[in-house]
Design a protein around this ligand. Structure first.
Ligand code: BG6
Length: 446
C-alpha cells in the first residue's frame, strides 16, 4: 500500500473538519506522522491564509495543549482550493495545486468529509482529471441509505477506484477501546472460555448520548438512530464482541472474522423493536413537523452460529438520554444449583461490563459472603479503568487519518461487511409509523 505524498481534504470548512479532523491532523503533525501537503477543498471564497487561520482556531478550540511551533508547521502545510464540487474547473485547479505542492508523481489520499450525496460526484470529477490513478479515496459515513443504495454507491466509486484503494470510514473502528475488545477476549483465558452460549445468558449493549440532535436536524431527520449508529458503529462493536478468533491479527483475517459473524446475524424482526422520539425533536430546525424519524431505538438481535445461538443481544441507542455512555454488559448464566441465597432475594447472575465510553475499562461483578452471616452480599464490582492504568489513547480520528495516510485498511469497513449490516437492519428502516414519545433526559419509552 503506497503511503501518501499529499492529503486532499474535501469539506475542510465543515463541522467534522473543525471538531475532529483538524485537531487530529495537529496531533499527527506533533508526532511526526503528517508531513505532507494538505490541500483543503471547499465551496468557499477563502484563500490559503484564511484557511490557515481557520485551522488555528479549530485546533485551539478543540485541544488544551497547543504548541505554537507544531501548529505553524501544520498551517504552513495547508493550501486551499475553493470551488464548487460540480464545477470541473475546481478539479483542474486541484490538479495544478497538487503538482505545485507535491509533484506530478505524488500518491494522493483524497478524504471526502462531504454530504454523502456528493461522494459519487467528487469521485467522478477526480477521475475526469486523472486524480484517481495514483490515489486512495476515503469516504465518510453514511455509506448508502439502505442495501441497494450502498451497492449503487460502491459500484459508482469502483468505476474509478479499485477496492483496495477505497477506504470506507466508520470511526468506531478507529477507537482503541473497540479494538481492545479483541485483546480482552482472545488474550485472556479468564474470559474467552466463557464467551459462548454455554455460559452467557444474554448481552445488553447501550449507546446513550445525553445531548440532542442540536444543529444537525436536517441530516438526522433523513437518517434516524438505526442508520446513524446501529447499522454501522454498533454492529461493528457487536462483531468484535461476538466473532470467532481471527486466523491472525492481519487486517484481512480480522475483517473475514467480522464478516462471518455478521452473516450469522438474523435480520431484525420489527416485532422486536421499540422506536422512540424525544419530545421537542419536531421543533428542531430542519426536522419535518410530522417527522416519524426515531431518536431512540431498542431492539433484539439473534446470532445464528454455533457460539451464540439462543443468546439474545439487546441493543439500545438514543439521543437526549440521561448520560453519555457506551457499555456492553454480558450476563452469565446462574450456577446450576442455588446453593447460597441472598438476604432478600436469590443472588443475581455474574455480569461482566465492558465499558467503551466515556471511561474505557472492565468491571466484573462478583458475589461474596456478607461477613458475619451466611448470606451472599450484593454484587461486588471488581473494576479496572484502562486510562488510569495504561494512560490516554489516541483519538479515533487520529488513527483513521494515520491509517488513511499509510494505507492500512484495518480500521475501515469492508464492503461485504457493510452489506451484511444493511441486510440486518433493512426490515426496520422507515416503518412509517410514529415512534413513541419520551421526555428528554429519560431512558426512552417504556
Ligand atoms: C456519529 C453520529 O457517527 O457518531 C453521531 O453521526 C454520534 O450522531 C457519533 O453522536 C458518536 O460518536 P462518538 O465517537 O462521539 O461516540
Amino acid at each position: 500500500m503506497p503511503a501518501a505524498d499529499a492529503l486532499v481534504l474535501f469539506g475542510v470548512t465543515g463541522d467534522l473538519a473543525r471538531k475532529m479532523i483538524l485537531p487530529a491532523l495537529y496531533r499527527l503533525t506533533e508526532r511526526g506522522e503528517l508531513s505532507v501537503p494538505v490541500i483543503g477543498v471547499a465551496r468557499t471564497d477563502w484563500d490559503s491564509d484564511a484557511l490557515r487561520k481557520h485551522v488555528g482556531e479549530s485546533v485551539r478550540a478543540a485541544l488544551p495543549d497547543v504548541d505554537d511551533v507544531v501548529l505553524e508547521r501544520l498551517q504552513r502545510a495547508v493550501h486551499v482550493v475553493a470551488g464548487d464540487y460540480g464545477d470541473p474547473t475546481t478539479f483542474d485547479r486541484l490538479a495544478t495545486t497538487l503538482r505545485e505542492q507535491a509533484g506530478a508523481e505524488a500518491f494522493v489520499v483524497h478524504y471526502l468529509a462531504v454530504p454523502p450525496g456528493l461522494f459519487g460526484t467528487v469521485a467522478d470529477a477526480l477521475a475526469a482529471v486523472g486524480l484517481n490513478a495514483h490515489a486512495r479515496l476515503v469516504v465518510e459515513k453514511p455509506f448508502g441509505h439502505d442495501l441497494a443504495s450502498a451497492r449503487a454507491l460502491n459500484a459508482q466509486l469502483r468505476r474509478n477506484f479499485d477496492d483496495d484503494r477505497l477506504f470506507r470510514v466508520d470511526h468506531y473502528l478507529g477507537q482503541e477501546p473497540v479494538e481492545d475488545l479483541l485483546v480482552l477476549r482472545f488474550a485472556n483465558t479468564v474470559i474467552e472460555p466463557l464467551w459462548n452460549r454455554t455460559w452467557i445468558d444474554h448481552i445488553d449493549i447501550t449507546m446513550a448520548e445525553d445531548f440532542d440532535v442540536a444543529d444537525r436536524g436536517s441530516f438526522y431527520d433523513a437518517v434516524g438512530t438505526v442508520r446513524d449508529v446501529v447499522q454501522n458503529h454498533l454492529l461493528q462493536v457487536l462483531a468484535y464482541l461476538t466473532m470467532e478468533a481471527p486466523q491472525s491479527d492481519s487486517a484481512e483475517d480480522q475483517r473475514d472474522a467480522k464478516h462471518r459473524l455478521l452473516q450469522a446475524v438474523r435480520a431484525v424482526d420489527p416485532a422486536e423493536v421499540v422506536r422512540g422520539q424525544y419530545t421537542g425533536y419536531r421543533d428542531v430546525p430542519g426536522v419535518a413537523a410530522d417527522s416519524t424519524t426515531e431518536t431512540y431505538v431498542a431492539l433484539t438481535l439473534h446470532i445464528d452460529d454455533d457460539r451464540f445461538t439462543g443468546v439474545p443481544v439487546h441493543i439500545r441507542a438514543g439521543k437526549a438520554l440521561p448520560e453519555t455512555v457506551l457499555d456492553l454488559v454480558v450476563v452469565l448464566r446462574s450456577p446450576p444449583r442455588p446453593l447460597f441465597h441472598g438476604a432478600v432475594q436469590d443472588p443475581p447472575p455474574n455480569r461482566i461490563r465492558l465499558r467503551l465510553q466515556p471511561d474505557a475499562g472492565v468491571t466484573f461483578y462478583l458475589l461474596a459472603k456478607q461477613p458475619g452471616s451466611g448470606d451472599i452480599a450484593t454484587e461486588l464490582p471488581v473494576s479496572v479503568d484502562f486510562r488510569e492504568v495504561l494512560g490516554p489513547v489516541h483519538a479515533a480520528y487520529e488513527r483513521i487519518f494515520a491509517d488513511a495516510l499509510t494505507g492500512n485498511p484495518a480500521h475501515f469497513a469492508r464492503m461485504d461487511t457493510l452489506e451484511e449490516a444493511w441486510r440486518v437492519v433493512e426490515p426496520i428502516l422507515d416503518p412509517g409509523t410514529a415512534p413513541l414519545p419520551y421526555a428528554p433526559g429519560t431512558w426512552g419509552p417504556t
